[in-house]
Design a binder for this molecule. Structure first.
Ligand SMILES: [Ca+2]
Ligand SMILES: [Ca+2]
Ligand SMILES: [Ca+2]
Ligand SMILES: [Ca+2]
Length: 234
């Protein structure tokens, strides 16, 4: 004779309870995993940007950080240590109200350098690294009005890194061709959309030449540019 429905339910209770206990244990374990409590490291005032401002600035095999401090017109460089922490910040002056950093070897000496976009002084600061975590005084290159971000790529395929700046208040993108020694040409400006604020460099059409994507904050759109000789067309 088959057991009645209430009896079936009673018989199933142990497995249901075991399943619930197992579920709770897994959920509890997952809740414990993600991150340890954050550790704070001091920088200058109003650090607004860390995204592309990292690299191994002192060549010790450990990633370091650079922060753009909008409130103090400088960048803070924090050298990483083996414990996952960072040393005290060393600050380097740049232009006015820096908001964006890109790290690359602009003078081809094997040591990472910094380029920093300064919206209030309408220029990009280039700081050449010495490979030991320090940087030379900034050299500034003019761009459009209110550069909110800076990116790098070899847009004219000459083997020397160039710079691109998204100019939020002149609605264009400045391209500065690199000399391979840390210097850059005068800016050539290309129209963008409304209030361009972010840039991405990649080969979007797979033709071997780097392209630009520009986020236009005033128009809620992206603009994609394909580079070509001499360097850029939209
Ligand atoms: Ca390092
Ligand atoms: Ca360098
Ligand atoms: Ca180039
Ligand atoms: Ca391309």
């Amino acid at each position: 004779m088959l057991p009645s429905k209430p009896v079936k339910t009673i018989l199933a209770l142990p497995s249901i309870i075991l399943s619930l206990i197992f579920f709770c244990l897994i959920t509890f374990a997952q809740a414990q995993v993600p991150f340890e409590p954050p550790t704070n490291f001091s920088t200058g005032t109003r650090p607004l940007f860390l995204g592309k401002g990292h690299g191994d600035f002192n060549a010790d095999g450990i990633l370091d950080l650079a922060a753009a401090n909008k409130g103090t017109d400088n960048v803070s460089v924090l050298l990483g240590n083996t414990a996952g922490g960072f040393g005290a910040a060393t600050n380097f002056n740049v232009g006015s109200a820096p908001e964006s950093i890109v790290t690359a070897d602009f003078n081809r000496d094997g040591k990472l350098d910094l380029a920093v976009a300064n919206p209030n002084s309408n220029n990009v600061s280039v700081l050449l690294g010495n490979g030991a975590g320090s940087f030379a005084a900034a050299v500034n290159f003019g761009v459009g009005v209110s550069p909110y971000s800076v990116a790098t790529g070899d847009f004219n395929l000459d083997g020397k890194l160039d710079l691109a700046a998204a100019n939020g208040d002149s609605n264009n993108v400045s391209i500065l061709l690199g000399g391979g020694n840390g210097s850059f040409s005068a800016a050539t400006n290309f129209p963008a959309g409304s209030v361009p604020g972010v840039l991405a460099v990649a080969d979007f059409n797979a033709d071997g030449m780097p392209d630009l994507a520009v986020g236009n904050g005033g128009a809620d759109q992206f603009l994609r540019g394909f580079s070509s000789h001499p360097y850029c067309r939209w």
